[in-house]
Design a binder for this molecule. Structure first.
Ligand SMILES: [Zn+2]
Length: 92
């Protein structure tokens, strides 16, 4: 288990065990390591909407989800979001 943003391996904790969603203790990135997270469930962490206003860059956290979408499609969502609003600030 390794953080996709900063490569930290120690102290990665599960946020949601059933969905294998983890949070990095160093940089606050959230991510999953298996596609057991439904696309709709990933919206509980990061909304499918763009932020309209800028926030200080220190406030942003990395996210990286590999999700199951309808039709058994695998969809990856990743980028930077604001944990306070759950809105997307940057993708990729
Ligand atoms: Zn990290």
């Amino acid at each position: 288990m390794k953080c996709p943003a900063c490569n930290r391996q120690k102290g990665i904790k599960e946020v949601t065990p059933m969905a294998w969603v983890y949070e990095c203790p160093r940089c606050g990135a959230i991510f999953n390591d298996r596609p057991h997270l439904y696309l709709g469930e990933s919206y509980e962490y990061v909304l499918p909407y763009w932020a309209k206003e800028d926030v200080p860059v220190e406030q942003l956290r990395y996210y990286d989800f590999t999700c199951l979408a309808s039709g058994n499609k695998i969809v990856r969502r990743h980028g930077w979001y604001d944990p306070e609003t759950k809105l997307i600030h940057q993708t990729g």
